[in-house]
Design a protein around this ligand. Structure first.
Ligand code: R5P
Length: 326
């Protein structure tokens, strides 16, 4: 993991006492964020009952710190169980900060509530692609989850959200973090691409930023998704003969988008093709499929996967910084 580029100016955080906490989903990122922010990391209790329901608790040893510091919970909303976990951890943190400390056994004494100061950092926001009512009667799931989370915290930062517009009108402060500069740095030092390709119009902003940062050529494809497993790219002449190309996207799920884009690049003479993304979901054997089409896969650590080589901690710290400064 390329931690050397992770340091950020502490900015707003100078003089502010922060505490980074996590449950079961993002401990590795939370620990690194605490290191960058020069503050403590505490693990919250998150485990499963035999019937799969969750149990969540602020450990006794963390209660004072949760009440006296600005708290940053780092938690994913993927898979579904992590949505419940994130909401319940926020609930437990709120309860502690409200001073609701007496339990049914008579242990602990209720005390004064303290003010706002709970922020949520989400490395991978699940349901981000259901960001519109594509068909009549559908739930706009991304917005629904955003609303649930915003009822339990004072601000949210999200890493490389598929379409940020869907969360722009939440009732709490929101900031959009991106790991694309860390991905660009990694690509430049490890792959040195001549050409960056966006596999569809939706990834143009991210991919062109990577191309500009590296200082190489850029283009995009026009993609039509027939169904979850079938992708068609419109034919387009790309100046990739003999080039090392990296396809940059926000996420890779089944790998279909990358495999089809790679085929188009090879047909036009690309010498090597790599794929880079923030969120490596890699569903249904995607990695072995991708290995037949690309020379390498680069992902951030927003989700645990065998190709995560770029840290998302620094980007999320920038997101929290922006949020608090707003
Ligand atoms: C969609 O527009 C996203 O940016 C990704 O391109 C897409 O989710 C990738 O999915 P898959 O790997 O299944 O093609």
């Amino acid at each position: 993991m390329n931690k050397s580029k992770c340091r950020i100016q502490l900015g707003w955080f100078e003089g502010t006492i922060l505490l980074v906490v996590s449950g079961s989903s993002c401990r590795h990122i939370a620990e690194e964020m605490a290191e960058i922010l020069n503050c403590e990391h505490h693990s919250l209790e998150a485990r499963r009952f035999p019937d799969s329901e969750g149990y969540f608790r602020v450990p006794e040893s963390s209660i004072n710190k949760i009440r006296s510091n600005t708290v940053i919970l780092v938690s994913n909303t993927f898979p579904d169980s992590c949505i419940v976990e994130t909401l319940m951890l926020l609930e437990a943190i709120i309860d502690v900060r409200q001073g609701n400390l007496a339990d049914i056994r008579g242990k602990g004494i209720d005390c004064e509530p303290i003010g706002p100061g709970i922020f949520l950092a989400i490395p991978y926001f699940g349901y981000s692609r259901q960001d519109k009512r594509f068909n009549q009667g559908e739930a706009v799931s991304a917005r629904a989850i955003g609303m649930l989370l915003s009822s339990k915290c004072d601000g949210i930062t999200v890493l490389d959200l598929h379409a940020p517009e869907v969360l722009e009108k939440l009732p709490v402060k929101i900031s959009f973090a991106s790991s694309m500069s860390e991905i660009a740095t990694y690509l430049q030092s490890e792959i040195n691409p001549d050409f960056i390709l966006s596999p569809d119009k939706g990834a143009i902003e991210r991919a062109s930023f990577v191309a500009e940062t590296i200082g190489c050529k850029f283009s995009y494809l026009e993609k039509t998704r027939i169904d979850a497993h079938t992708i068609v790219h419109k034919a387009k002449d790309l100046d990739v003969n003999g080039a090392i190309v990296t396809i940059v996207d926000d996420m890779i799920s089944t790998g279909g988008t990358i495999c089809r884009a790679s085929e188009a690049l090879r047909e036009q003479g690309a010498k090597a093709v790599y794929a880079a993304c923030s969120h490596g979901l890699f569903t249904g054997g995607a990695i072995s499929k991708l290995d037949q089409f690309v020379d390498g896969i680069i992902a951030s650590d927003s989700l645990k996967n065998p190709r995560s080589v770029v840290s998302s901690a620094s980007a999320l710290c920038r997101g929290i910084n922006e949020l608090i400064e707003k």
